[in-house]
Design a protein around this ligand. Structure first.
Ligand SMILES: Cc1cc2nc3c(=O)[nH]c(=O)nc-3n(C[C@H](O)[C@H](O)[C@H](O)COP(=O)(O)OP(=O)(O)OC[C@H]3O[C@@H](n4cnc5c(N)ncnc54)[C@H](O)[C@@H]3O)c2cc1C
Length: 322
């Protein structure tokens, strides 16, 4: 029986959401391929994480509990190479995260297996994996066929799958010591620093009025800010607005910004790239205004207006004044 191996991540004592999302997908793959689902966690900070993982996998391998708590590419790579030698996984799922972006290519080269990165889905066709990736800023999906190989390393984009327990399992927990000889480390973990909350906490807002690159220029930001305030909401944005320096980072929604869960999310001039919409999956109602009727944001919005955003903003202000 083959193995689907999922590399679980943790940070600051908590299991990261990507771990559960990968296990959700791995559940499907293990069923489709008739393979065992094995989760590996290195330096697990506490027992409750192992219990959680054991409900999502047939087996949990916990390596270096307590000792390898802080991520180290060099050490984690050695541990994973040993486990891949032992279990010979058919598919190894790793998060497309700072960890995975370092580990996956290294493992692929060391184990001479193909790697495909930043996938939003993994299918099986004729018993072989096919990876789905987004191209052209999320406007198109590509199905990637992989050459025949004994195993595959696939990195999964955070937010691509739900994180619920797909089917409660009772996985066996196997504990392994950290390797006795550790490789030299070129990087050293010093401390974990949480980004400052800033003046507003968009993650707690019930109404977010969010602007994207479609706002056009910095001077226009104030027009929408005024609308947000009059509606009793908070201004948020997509990443280009932050990259251009028009709003501070703590306003940014998305995978490299904040995950938000407002009752209403009004997206103005935002195309709806995956990295952005992954941050609004918990929003109640999404209303999108975009002048391009094919913008991907309309796929996740319950209400959409194909229009220049400034016309909509002005119309809303007029309504509020009436
Ligand atoms: C590792 C990584 C992490 C990332 N993290 C994030 C993240 O956390 N958050 C995030 O947002 N992005 C993130 N990105 C960037 C992401 O891929 C997109 O590039 C970004 O979300 C696009 O922002 P946008 O929709 O504002 O801009 P665009 O994609 O340029 O879209 C602008 C939209 O505005 C519309 N428009 C233009 N003018 C008007 C107008 N006058 N009225 C109405 N509509 C108009 C256009 O039709 C277009 O759809 C990340 C990318 C990478 C590689």
């Amino acid at each position: 029986m083959g193995t689907i191996l999922v590399v679980a991540e943790h940070r600051e004592g908590e299991l990261r959401e990507i771990s559960c999302q990968m296990l959700w997908k791995a559940h499907d793959l293990s069923k489709a391929l008739g393979q065992e689902l094995v989760a590996v966690i290195i330096g697990a900070p506490d027992e409750s994480i192992l219990t959680d993982l054991s409900e999502r996998a047939d087996r949990v391998i916990s390596v270096g509990e307590g000792t390898l708590k802080e991520y180290s590419a060099e050490i984690y790579k050695e541990v994973l190479m040993d486990l891949m030698e032992e279990y010979r996984p058919y598919i190894t799922l790793i998060g497309h995260t700072p960890w995975g972006m370092e580990l996956a290519p290294a493992l692929s080269i060391k184990k001479a297996v193909p790697v495909v990165t930043d996938c939003v889905d993994v299918l099986t066709e004729d018993g072989k994996p096919k990876a789905i990736r987004q191209i052209y800023s999320g406007k198109l999906f590509s199905k990637v066929a992989l050459r025949d190989a004994e195993g595959y390393v696939i990195t999964i984009r955070p937010g691509a799958f739900p994180q619920d327990v797909a089917e409660r399992r009772k996985g066996e927990i196997i504990r392994k010591e950290a390797p006795t000889t550790l490789p030299p480390q070129r990087k050293q973990f010093l401390a974990f620093e949480e980004a400052g909350a800033g003046e507003v906490d968009i993650s707690q807002a019930e109404l977010l009025v969010s602007i994207g690159r479609g706002i056009g220029e910095e001077e226009k930001v104030a027009i929408v800010k005024e609308l947000a305030e009059r509606l009793g909401g908070v201004l948020s944005c997509s990443r280009p607005v932050v990259d251009k320096g028009w709003l501070p980072k703590y306003h940014q929604v998305g995978t490299s910004g904040k995950t938000v869960k407002p009752k209403v999310y009004l997206a103005l001039g935002i195309s709806g790239a995956f990295q952005h919409v992954a941050g609004i999956s918990g929003a109640g109602t999404v209303i999108a205004v975009n002048k391009d009727k094919k913008a991907p944001i309309f796929r996740v919005a319950q209400y959409g207006v194909v229009s220049d955003l400034f016309k909509v903003v002005e119309a809303m202000k007029e309504k509020l004044s009436a």
